[in-house]
Design a protein around this ligand. Structure first.
Ligand SMILES: NC(=O)c1ccc[n+]([C@@H]2O[C@H](COP(=O)([O-])OP(=O)(O)OC[C@H]3O[C@@H](n4cnc5c(N)ncnc54)[C@H](OP(=O)(O)O)[C@@H]3O)[C@@H](O)[C@H]2O)c1
Length: 217
C-alpha cells in the first residue's frame, strides 16, 4: 500500500519506518525540519521518501495521523481534501502540557476528528502503545503470542486496511467495535502511558488480551 505519514515524530517516524520495512511505500511529512524528513526516509529504506502533507495524502491508500492534538487543524488544512481516504489516527486529544484528555467520557478525539475531516474514513489505532515498544515488537513479529493492539472505526473497509498495517508490524489486531469505542480506548492509552513512563517497568511495555475457557462447566 501507499501510506502517507502526517506527523513524523516519535510515532509517525517509527511507524512509517516499520511500514516501509514491511514493504509499503511511505511518504513522511509534517515536521519543522525538511532535513529530518529526508533523513527519516533515507534510513527507512528504498520504499520511503519525504514530502509535504499534500503529497503524503494525495495518492495514499492509508494515512497515519500522528500529531499533537494542538496541530490537528493545521495538518488537516495542509493535507487538503481527505474525502474517502482511510485515516488511521494515533493522536490523543491531550492538553498542551500532555497531562489531561481535553475530550473524554461522552466523546473522543477520534470522533471529533471525524467531525473535522468529514468524509474521511477514520480508524483509531496505535494510541495504546508507547513508541519505544514498536521496533521490538516488529523484530519479534514471527514469534507466537504477539502483543494485542486495539482498533475501532465505523467503516469495515478502512478497518481491514488498518488491521493489515497493525499485523504487518507485529501486533495482533483486536477489533473493538465502532468509532465511539475510542471513548474507552483513549483513557486506556493514558493508563498504558502511566505504566510505561511513571511506573517501574519502563516504556517497553505492550499488552496481550487472551480468552480463557471456563475451568469447569
Ligand atoms: N509517543 C508515544 O509513545 C505516543 C503513544 C500513543 C499515542 N501518541 C499520540 O500520537 C501523537 C503524536 O505523538 P508523538 O509522540 O509522535 O509526537 P511528536 O514526537 O511531537 O511528533 C509530532 C510531529 O508533529 C510535528 N510538528 C509539530 N509542530 C509542528 C509544526 N508547527 N509544523 C510542522 N510540524 C510540526 C513534529 O515536528 P518535529 O519533527 O519538528 O518535532 C513531529 O514530527 C500525539 O497525539 C500523541 O498523543 C503518542
Amino acid at each position: 500500500m501507499r501510506v502517507g505519514i502526517l506527523g513524523s515524530g516519535l510515532m509517525g517516524g517509527k511507524l512509517g519506518t516499520l511500514f516501509a520495512q514491511a514493504g509499503h511505500d511511505v511518504v513522511f511529512s509534517y515536521s519543522r525540519s525538511q532535513d529530518k524528513l529526508k533523513d527519516l526516509a533515507r534510513s527507512a529504506g528504498r520504499n520511503a521518501r519525504a514530502g509535504t502533507p499534500r503529497d503524503a495524502a494525495r495518492d495514499a491508500d492509508a494515512i497515519l495521523l500522528a500529531v499533537h492534538w494542538s496541530r490537528i487543524d493545521d495538518v488537516l488544512h495542509q493535507a487538503g481534501d481527505l474525502e474517502g481516504k482511510v485515516v488511521v489516527t494515533c493522536s490523543l486529544p491531550m492538553n498542551a502540557a500532555d497531562t489531561e484528555l481535553v475530550i473524554a467520557h461522552t466523546s473522543s478525539g477520534a470522533e471529533e476528528l471525524a467531525r473535522r475531516a468529514p468524509g474521511a474514513r477514520i480508524v483509531a489505532a496505535f494510541t495504546t502503545v508507547p513508541s519505544e515498544v514498536l521496533f521490538g515488537v516488529f523484530a519479534a513479529r514471527r514469534k507466537p503470542n504477539r502483543p494485542s493492539l486495539v482498533y475501532c472505526g465505523d467503516d469495515p473497509g478502512s478497518k481491514r486496511v488498518a488491521a493489515g498495517l497493525i499485523q504487518d508490524i507485529g501486533f495482533d489486531p483486536v477489533d473493538v467495535g465502532p468509532l465511539r469505542i475510542s471513548r474507552y480506548i483513549e483513557p486506556f492509552a493514558l493508563l498504558v502511558g502511566q505504566i510505561a513512563y511513571e511506573g517501574q517497568s519502563g516504556p517497553e511495555v505492550a499488552y496481550r488480551f487472551e480468552h480463557f475457557e471456563p475451568a469447569s462447566k
